[in-house]
Each structure stands twice: as C-alpha cells, then as structure tokens.
Design a protein around this ligand. Structure first.
Ligand code: PHE
Length: 337
C-alpha cells in the first residue's frame, strides 16, 4: 500500500510539472486530487487494512495530498504568470536579435535632392505639375506645330485622344507661367513617360529635372553660367560645360549640353566612351512664342530653360551600368546606398 502511494505521488508530481496550460493543470488536479480522483480511491482502501496499520498509512496519504496541493498551487501561479510555457532553461540567450531594417534614400531620390539643393542655393523654387497632361500643355503650348516630327521622340502613352502621360517636365514650364508673372525661377523634378523599349539606358518611366528662368535682360550667357555652376556643384570645380546646337520647339536657340568627363578629366575613358564629354540634357532660350502663349510681354522678358535626366546623373555618380536596377526594388542593390 505504501509503495503504491509513493508511485502515485511520483506520477502526480510528474503530471503537474508537465502541464503547460491552466486547463491541463486542472485536468491533472481532478485526476489525482479530485473527489473521484486516484488519491481518494486509495484512501477508500484504508478500511480493508488491518486496524493497526491504518494510522500510519492514513498519515502518508494526508502528507502526500498536502504536498501535491502545494505543488499544484505553485504550478498554478507559475502558469498564470506565463512563465511555464517558456521554461528558463530553454531561453537561448545566444540567439541573435532581429536587426530592424533601416530605410535609406533611393539613389534616384538622393540624386534629385542634391540637384535641387544646388538650385535652391541659386535662388530657385521647386515647382511640380501633373503627370497626366492634356495635349495643349504637352505640345501645343510648347510650340509644337501639329504633326511636327519633333513629336516623334516624345511618343508617349495616351489615356484619351487629348490626354496623355507627359513625356517631359517641360510641360510644367507652361503650368508655372500660367499662374504667375515674371520673374520666374523654378526647378521641376518629376516623373515622365515615353514609349521607349526598355534597355540598359532607357525605361518607359523615368525622371527629369527641368529648370526655367524668365526675367528682364536674361541672355544665353546666363544659361551657360547657370549650367556651369550646376555642373560644378554636381561633379566638382574642374568640370567644363559644352554647348552644341540642337533643336527643341520651345527653345530658340536650342542646345544640347555636356560636361567634361569627371572620371578622366576629358581625355577619354570607358565612362565617356572615349569622347571626354558626358551629355546631360537639353537647354535653350525660351521661344518667344511660348512666352506669348502664356501672355508674357516678349519685348520685356526673355528666359532660358533646361532639362536633364535624373537617372543619367545617378548612373554616372554611382557607376551604375543598367537603368533597370533603379526600378527593380532589389534590396541587394538598394541597401548599398
Ligand atoms: N524637355 C527636353 C527633353 O526632354 C529637354 C529640354 C528642356 C530642352 C528644356 C530645352 C529646354 O529632351
């Protein structure tokens, strides 16, 4: 009898220790300590014992019951405080923590902000305009004659017959001038769209930074000086700026501008394809037709405009060879910046 009480006690202890929820613990309590539990069953066997053995065995049963009740109470408290589900001896303090992912600036945004910073220093304001444009602001107001071949390089996506995704930030020149009188001095960062086949240097969606300055007495010399200051701010004080004739319907004269290669200093290398120059964008004096279209006095005001591709700058400064990495969302690329 004593032996089976001890066995039952060991069994009950193990069961109470193993219970991992309060429900499990309660079930074990009922099994061993309940009114129809195993201890009660044993106690009922007392009457079959010889008279003289009863007190000792009864005492053992009482003792066992008290011990198990104490253990039960201890386990109850522990489970209630949530500790038992994760026993201390299973806490692995060597497990490395989860490092939070700290966001960085996308290389295109970082480049855009550096470009803007230079123009803020020159007294420009930042303007923005809609990415979905009407035909008037996209082409007509920019002095594109109907069906002019210059529109070919602005092939874009049409939403409706006269509604399209802008192919250049030059549309915002019009939006800004419609709203204010000269002097105008703005830079316009923004997303543009063209129906280009995607390759290492082209994408259907890309970013430009436009500049527009209109005031009294503005000349081509102001344009050159401004872009020289911009190039120096971006690439260092040694760079030179080159202008070559080009054509845009909204500027006259128009120019393509380039900077001397900041990698090789202009002698020719892989980055500048051996030419010594890096082409950056288009520029020119705002065509009087454009100024007249927004109601400016063309006898009094002249201005210049320029536009550059932001991807181009970012690819040069970070040595990125494929434009597609900017839009891939690939964390292996992005976490490097
Ligand atoms: N918008 C022209 C382009 O995308 C660049 C440009 C801007 C040219 C402003 C002249 C003046 O190619």
């Amino acid at each position: 009898m004593e032996e089976s009480i001890r066995q039952l006690s060991d069994q009950a202890r193990a069961a109470l220790e193993a219970a991992t929820t309060e429900e499990e613990l309660e079930a074990e309590r009922r099994r061993f300590l309940g009114r129809k539990g195993l201890l009660r069953e044993i106690r009922q066997g007392l009457k079959d014992l010889p008279e003289e053995d009863r007190p000792a065995v009864g005492k053992l049963i009482n003792q066992t019951t008290r011990q198990l009740e104490a253990l039960l109470e201890q386990r109850r408290q522990k489970l209630a405080s949530g500790k038992a589900a994760f026993p201390e001896d299973r806490l692995d303090v060597t497990l490395p923590g989860r490092a939070p992912l700290i966001a960085g600036k996308h290389p295109l945004l970082a480049t855009m902000e550096d470009m803007i910073e230079i123009f803020l220093g020159l007294g420009y304001l930042v303007a923005e305009g809609p990415e979905i444009e009407d035909y008037y602001h996209a082409f007509e107001a920019l002095n594109y004659p109907e069906d002019h071949p210059a529109m070919d390089e602005q092939m874009t996506f049409y939403v409706e017959d006269d509604v399209l995704l802008r192919s250049q930030t030059s549309t915002v020149q019009i939006r800004v001038m419609e709203k204010q009188e000269p002097p105008v001095r703005v830079v316009v960062p923004g997303r543009c769209y063209r129906r280009d086949t995607v390759d290492a240097t082209h994408c259907h969606t890309f970013y430009q930074l436009e500049g527009l300055l209109v005031d009294e007495g503005i000349t081509f010399a102001d344009l050159k000086g401004t872009l020289q200051a911009f190039a120096e701010g971006m690439f260092g004080p040694e760079v030179r700026v080159r202008f070559r004739p080009d054509f845009f319907p909204f500027t006259e004269p128009s120019a393509e501008f380039a900077v001397s290669c900041f990698i090789c200093g202009g002698v020719g290398c892989r980055v500048c394809s051996g030419t010594g120059w890096l082409e950056l964008g288009g520029a020119g004096m705002v065509d009087p037709n454009v100024l007249a279209g927004v109601g400016y006095d063309t006898e009094r005001y002249t201005g210049f405009a320029f536009g550059v591709g932001i991807e181009r700058f970012a690819m040069l400064r970070y040595g990125i060879k494929d434009i597609r990495v900017f839009y891939s969302g690939d964390m292996r690329v992005l976490t490097q910046f």
